[in-house]
Design a protein around this ligand. Structure first.
Ligand SMILES: [Zn+2]
Length: 386
C-alpha cells in the first residue's frame, strides 16, 4: 500500500489549529475559575457594607475554599467571626493561618495579634496573655504590652503590672513613672493588709517616692502607716512633703494634717502652711481644716467657725453653710435639727468627687476610678467646687 504524504501535509495545520483552540479553551476555563474567588470576595464585601454579616461570611467562606492560599480572606473572615462573638471559629481561622509554612513574617505577626484579640474577646485571659507575650519584638509589641498592663491591672497582679510598665518605659513608649508608683502603692497596701508585712510595704512606698517624687499618693500612704505606728511627727513630715511636691493634693490631706499637727505639737506652723495653700487654692476642705486647727489651738467653735463665713464670702458654698449653721443659735431652736438635716442632705451630693474621664461620682476619693479604671482621673476637689 502506498502511503500518501499529502495527508500529513494537509493534516499538520489542522492538528496545530485544534491544539491552539484547545489551549485557548483551557486558559479561558482557568480564567473563569480564577475570577470566581474575587467575585465571591466582592460579593462578601458588598454584604459587609450592607451590614448583612451572615451572607458576607458565606461569601467569604466560598472565596476561601476557591483560593485557600490567600491570607487576606482568612483575616477578613477571622475578624468577622470575632466581631460577631463567634470566637471559637475566629480562633480556628487564625490558628490555621499560623500553622501555614508559607505565611510571610508580616502575616504571621498579624495572625498572632488577631489570635490574642480572639482570646481577649472570648474572656480566655490566660491564653490571651500567652498570645500577647508572643508579640514581643514585633510591630504589635507596644499595643500588646499596653493590653497586658490592663489585664494585670484588672486581675490586680501589681508586680506583673509594674514589670510591664518598666518595660514600656525602657522601650521609650512614654512616661510610666506615675503609673508605676500607683502599682507600688497598691502592692504595698496588699502586703500590709493581707500579710501584715509593714517593712516590705514601707520599702515599696520608698521606691515609689524615689521613682515619682511629684506623686502625692506614696507619701500620703506612708504618712498613714507612720501615724498608725505612733510616729505622728514622721507622718506630719510626709504631709509637709506632699504639700511641697503636690500642692494640688492639699485638700485631700488637710483634715488629717491637722490631727497629726496636734499630736506632733506643730499646729502654729501648720496654720501658716494651710493659709498659704488656701491663698493659692481656696478649697472648702482647707477652709474646714483651718477652722479645725483654730479649735485645736483652743479657740471656741463660735469664733473659729467664722472661717466658714470668710470662705463663703469668697466662694458660695452649701457645704460651708451647713457647717456654719450647725453652731448657729436659732430664734426657733426647736426647728434647728430639722433645718440642719435638710441643709446637710442638700449639701451631701455636692461633697462628692467626680471622675473627669467618665463622670462617676463617689463619696470618698479614689486614685483609680471604679467606673472607667482611669488613674488619678478624680480632681482633688468637691463637686461643688468644680
Ligand atoms: Zn471614671
Amino acid at each position: 500500500m502506498e502511503f500518501d504524504f499529502t495527508w500529513i501535509l494537509l493534516g499538520l495545520p489542522i492538528v496545530f489549529a485544534l491544539g491552539w483552540l484547545a489551549s485557548r479553551l483551557d486558559l479561558r476555563q482557568l480564567r473563569i475559575e480564577d475570577r470566581q474567588a474575587p467575585k465571591a470576595y466582592f460579593r462578601g464585601l458588598n454584604y459587609l457594607l450592607n451590614e448583612q454579616q451572615d451572607q458576607a461570611i458565606d461569601a467569604f467562606i466560598e472565596a476561601v475554599q476557591k483560593d485557600p492560599d490567600t491570607s487576606e480572606l482568612h483575616f477578613a473572615l477571622g475578624n468577622l467571626f470575632r466581631r460577631r462573638g463567634e470566637t471559637e471559629r475566629a480562633v480556628r481561622v487564625h490558628e490555621h493561618l499560623l500553622a501555614r509554612a508559607d505565611l510571610s513574617r508580616d502575616d504571621h505577626e498579624r495572625a498572632q495579634h488577631a489570635l490574642a484579640q480572639d482570646f481577649l474577646k472570648a474572656g480566655l485571659l490566660d491564653r490571651a496573655e500567652d498570645a500577647l507575650h508572643k508579640l514581643d519584638g514585633t510591630r504589635y509589641q507596644e499595643q500588646a504590652w499596653l493590653t497586658l498592663l490592663s489585664l494585670h491591672e484588672r486581675s490586680r497582679s501589681w508586680p506583673q503590672a509594674a514589670e510591664v510598665a518598666r518595660r514600656l518605659q525602657q522601650a521609650g513608649h512614654g512616661d510610666f513613672s506615675a503609673r508605676l508608683a500607683h502599682y507600688q502603692c497598691e502592692q504595698a497596701a496588699q502586703l500590709l493588709h493581707k500579710k501584715g508585712d509593714a517593712a516590705a510595704a514601707r520599702q515599696l512606698l520608698a521606691q515609689a517616692i524615689a521613682g515619682a517624687p511629684q506623686a502625692a499618693r506614696p507619701r500620703i500612704q506612708l504618712a498613714g502607716m507612720l501615724a498608725e505606728a505612733g510616729d505622728a511627727a514622721g507622718a506630719y513630715e510626709q504631709l509637709v512633703q506632699v504639700a511641697e511636691h503636690a500642692p494640688q493634693a492639699v485638700p485631700l490631706i488637710a483634715s488629717e494634717w491637722v490631727r497629726l499637727a496636734r499630736r506632733a505639737g506643730r499646729l502654729p506652723e501648720l496654720v501658716e502652711q494651710l493659709g498659704h495653700s488656701y491663698a493659692l487654692t481656696p478649697s472648702v476642705d482647707v477652709a474646714d481644716a483651718l477652722v479645725q486647727a483654730d479649735v485645736a489651738r483652743g479657740a471656741p467653735i463660735q469664733r473659729a467657725r467664722e472661717g466658714y463665713v470668710r470662705h463663703m464670702a469668697q466662694e458660695p458654698s452649701l457645704i460651708a453653710a451647713s457647717r456654719w449653721l450647725a453652731h448657729e443659735p436659732f430664734a426657733h431652736e426647736g426647728a434647728h435639727a430639722t433645718v440642719q438635716r435638710s441643709v446637710e442632705h442638700a449639701a451631701r451630693p455636692l461633697a462628692r468627687y467626680r471622675c473627669a474621664a467618665c463622670g462617676f461620682e463617689t463619696q470618698g476619693y479614689f486614685w483609680q476610678c471604679p467606673g472607667c479604671l482611669a488613674w488619678e482621673s478624680f480632681p482633688p476637689r468637691r463637686i461643688e467646687e468644680l
